[in-house]
Design a binder for this molecule. Sequence first.
Ligand code: ATP
Ligand code: MG
Length: 558
Amino acid sequence: MSAESKKAHNFIQSLIEDAVAKGEHTGKVVTRFPPEPNGYLHIGHAKSICLNFGIAETFGGECTLRFDDTNPEKESQEYIDSIKQDVHWLGCEWSGEVRYASDYFDAIYDFAVELIEKGKAYVCALTADQMAEYRGTLKEPGQNSPYRDRPVEENLQLFRDMRAGKYQNGELVLRAKIDMASPNINLRDPILYRIRYADHHQTGDKWCIYPMYDFTHPISDAMEGITHSLCTLEFEDHRPLYDWVLENISAPCQPRQIEFARLNLNYTITSKRKLKRLVDEGFVDSWNDPRMPTISGMRRRGYTPESIRTFCDMIGVNKAGGTVDMGMLEHAIREDLNTRAPRAMCVMRPLKVTLTNYPEDKTETLVLPLHPQNPDMGEREVTWSQTLFIDREDFAEEPPRKWKRLAPDQAVRLRGGYVMTCREVIRNDNGEIVELKCEFDQNTLGVNPEGYKPNGVIHWVSAADSVEVDINQYDRLFVEESPDSDKDTDFVESINPESLVVLKGARAEKNLASPGTDLPYQFEREGYFFCDQELTAAAGRPVFNRTVTLRDSWGKGK
Ligand code: ATP
Ligand code: MG
């Protein structure tokens, strides 16, 4: 992670500082980011990534990237590759090789055997339904399984037979022997291993039994020498089990689990299962559809790693849950691009303008800054000619009060060019306005006209050399603030029908014929737009994705 990122002090950092000051923590701080490769990373994961890599960086420690891969049926290499790419793109360097929980399957098996030998785990033949009955409820204690007191030898043999493939899916499980009366249901003899005949993307067909997350995670942490295992609040009730596992095996070290609140963002969803549904059922084009809150979707839309990290700093890390306003994320990208994005002009809905007093065969080259506040970024050239395009929405035949754009017999300045006055409106047979005849004032390049005042400044391009481009106008994916909060309504019902509006035939200044691909452009007066390389190659002309509008106009009409 780059040095310039300012990280606010969070409670986990304070906690570690205290432990260091009191001598309770000595040595390196080691954290991990442990995604399950069952989907693409989303903005919620970015919070966890910034936290884990940030804590390691703050204390001069290390952070590993570990795939938590204990559910082979739902996982894939595609997800692994995308996750590595996204973590890297966010600017985080994991320490050493990428790790996999499956790297530790042999060790985890041996620790299970250790528990059986110590009389702390047993093989149980209750069906799933029976097990649920025996588990009890929040108000009532559970009952011991009739298999709980099997002799150690018998347990060892059955567990070996499970591994050897002598039993079918669901026939037997290995359970920890803890306490069926515990007020914490996670401690009522939780399952440690289940039978699953499934090929694994890393281990192939080596295993037909797979360890459960709650058993795998503490062991993987300990194997990697993790000191602080940071996870989201839903694991708070699992912490006693995390600690029980490590206390009851000969663990190489005793990591500490600390929980923090998940990031929830309004107008979107951050559940991989639901995001997968959007992809599988075609509500979006792919995991990296620019409307998706995935890291890869945001990257394609034009978000920068810096803006995502700034956003994560802004929201901080705490114990209390809550929902963050999408406006904050949009603010972070706007601020970043405002200082860095090169400027350009692009007319979304072109309306032809003919300058009646400008020679047909003449053109002029005008020089504009690439960034008005940052001369170091350099300049760009645009062409002035007799035929220009302005945006349809910048002309009103009957302008409302305080109209700051073009209207009959009124003057506007064309950004970086001359002042012109509209003299005539040309319509086609359907009565639609197809052209404006205007008079330009040759004494107004860079200076105010004498004796009258233009109405405002609008953007434009020249017909002579502007290029045709397509625009994907993206907006928020959902119209409801909390799309998945109402249990009786399917969240897909609140998808914003205008989350993508495609504009064909927009015209951009000639410099966008082969657009830069590092950063979005600011299309003046419109917003920030990022060239979509995939779509551009397919269309044979530049295609731009709208990253964000210039101002927060959500819900205010436009
Ligand atoms: P999902 O519900 O989307 O499947 P998950 O928690 O199952 O999320 P994992 O791949 O297991 O996804 O997550 C990897 C890490 O990222 C975990 O430590 C998890 O706690 C963290 N994480 C996931 N979602 C969020 C979120 N919304 N906010 C903060 N951290 C998150
Ligand atoms: Mg998970």
